[in-house]
Design a binder for this molecule. Structure first.
Ligand code: FES
Length: 88
């Protein structure tokens, strides 16, 4: 059984090299609709040092993908092999 990850608090430090918190990274992802670590780094500097925090940034990018509108509908369509919008 796959473990369910708990949401890390916004005030916890994510990138120690650049002193950026989880909340600041989440806000940066939302601000520019970031889809990669590079886009996050450009926006808030997180990940711009030793790169140790890149897996955590990837986790937040995945978290954001799961929260985007329509994600559940697209996932359900894929799982049930129906097309989104019912055109086919
Ligand atoms: S901890 Fe984020 S770049 Fe080093």
């Amino acid at each position: 059984m796959e473990a369910v990850k708990r949401r890390v608090r916004d005030d916890k430090m994510l990138c120690y090299c650049k002193s950026v918190t989880y909340g600041e990274v989440r806000a940066s992802i939302r601000a520019v609709n970031a889809r990669s670590v590079l886009e996050v780094t450009r926006e808030c500097d997180a990940g711009g040092g030793c790169r140790t925090c890149h897996p955590e940034i990837e986790d937040l990018l995945e978290e954001a993908r799961m929260e985007r509108p329509g994600m559940l509908r697209r996932l359900w369509a894929r799982l049930t092999r129906h097309t989104v919008g019912g055109d086919a």
